[in-house]
Design a protein around this ligand. Structure first.
Ligand code: SAM
Ligand code: DTB
Ligand code: SF4
Length: 356
């Protein structure tokens, strides 16, 4: 367990988090019951203690292998068994990945996430992804991959090639999980997270809200994440994107303020984590996203596409960040300014920058 001892004006740097307490589901559920303003105030205090509150990380996603997945995740447009119009493609060639990462960097992203629609990668896949990770890292970007379940050996191989983060979500509470996925069990997800952590790769782990789960089950997901020891460095909170053809296409709408509450509770329970406002931003609109930033979200996927679904246009995101007076992380993975230990920031990328 790593504990950051560096402080600056009372702020700790955002390093590998440490669990200072265990969260019961009941304690998380109590946070959901707080008056909205009190909840957001607590989230703001937690956020400002550990981060510059107006600083947002821009990460760009690329689907390096789309569609044809054998799994049955009820939300996912890439599962072969659902008729969603997503075609099964081969792994992208290295040069296409490098071109996309180069464009992402030019557009102001500092983190590049490569996603593959696999249950788990094969040995030959890992070799190819290793080459992609090394090449993206050489551009000066932080690297992240999400490839499905990993063995300990595969995690170590990815670490050797320079992988900074591995994204593998718990997705929902253990009690609700079997309603969403039957082709792999919760424990297999925890095992992969253990392999990633053991290999020394930073953990990016979160879930999806709005799949028909109860508030208590949302609390159950957050408690699971917050009790990982240490809790993840990076926590994507996805709002379900309802894709025609998937079993969850007709899911009941979620009150957007319940989504904001979930962001705030992720911030309070995992104060040093980068809380990522992930899928579903197009549907949330500007006002709800602004509330999410107020609630402690400090990372977004930036670029016109997520993996297979849409994301706000990069120009619209730049305009939103500017309107809210938010700044973005500069290149150089957590680089400090030289005079202090806080990471460097800049104004929202220039509107004249090319779009992704
Ligand atoms: N196949 C790998 C896996 O499942 O771990 C990696 C890719 S998978 C698309 C990554 C994550 O995207 C999922 O765990 C889920 O949380 C999120 N996701 C997928 N489809 C989504 C949707 N329709 N709405 C919101 N989040 C979604
Ligand atoms: C995560 O939690 N959300 C991102 C990232 N990790 C890989 C993926 C969202 C996918 C949304 C559906 C799609 O575009 O296919
Ligand atoms: Fe496959 Fe991942 Fe989609 Fe599940 S979420 S169907 S494992 S691509």
């Amino acid at each position: 367990m790593t504990i950051s001892t560096q402080t600056l004006a009372g702020r700790k740097t955002a390093q590998t988090p440490v669990n200072v307490k265990t969260w019961t589901v009941a304690a998380v559920a109590e946070l959901y019951e707080l008056p909205f303003n009190d909840l957001l105030h607590r989230a703001q205090v937690a956020h400002r203690e550990h981060f510059a509150s107006g600083e947002i990380e821009l990460a760009t996603l690329l689907s390096i292998k789309s569609g044809g997945c054998p799994e049955d995740c009820a939300y996912c447009p890439q599962a072969a068994r659902y008729h969603t119009g997503v075609k099964a493609e081969k792994l992208l060639p290295l040069k296409e990945v490098v071109a996309a990462a180069t464009a992402a960097k030019q557009n102001g992203a500092t983190r590049f996430c490569m996603g593959a629609a696999w249950r788990e990668p094969k040995a030959r896949d890992i070799e190819k992804v290793q080459a992609m990770v090394s090449a993206v890292k050489a551009l000066g970007l932080e690297t992240c991959a999400t490839l499905g379940m990993l063995s300990g050996e595969q995690a170590r191989e990815l670490k050797q090639s320079g992988l900074d983060y591995y994204n593998h979500n718990l997705d929902t509470a253990p009690e609700f999980y079997s309603k969403i996925i039957t082709t792999r069990v919760y424990q297999e997800r925890l095992d992969t997270l253990g392999h990633v952590r053991q290999a020394g790769i930073k953990v990016c782990c979160g879930g999806i809200v709005g799949m028909g789960e109860s508030r208590l089950q949302r609390a159950g997901l957050i408690a699971q994440l917050a009790n990982l020891d240490p809790y993840p460095e990076s926590v994507p909170i996805n709002h379900l994107v309802k894709v025609p053809g998937t079993p969850l296409h007709g899911a009941e709408p979620l009150d957007p303020l319940e989504f904001v509450r979930t962001i705030a509770i992720a911030r309070i329970t995992m104060p040093r984590a980068r809380v990522r406002l992930s899928a579903g931003r197009r549907e949330l609109g500007e006002a709800v996203q602004a509330l999410c930033f107020l609630a402690g979200a400090n990372s977004i996927f930036y670029g016109d596409k997520l993996l297979t679904t849409g994301n706000p246009e990069a120009a619209a995101d730049r305009a939103l960040l500017k309107k809210l007076g938010l700044t973005t992380r500069v290149e150089g993975a957590g680089a400090s300014c030289g005079e202090c230990s806080m990471p460097q920031f800049r104004s929202a990328p220039s509107p004249s920058a090319p779009t992704a």
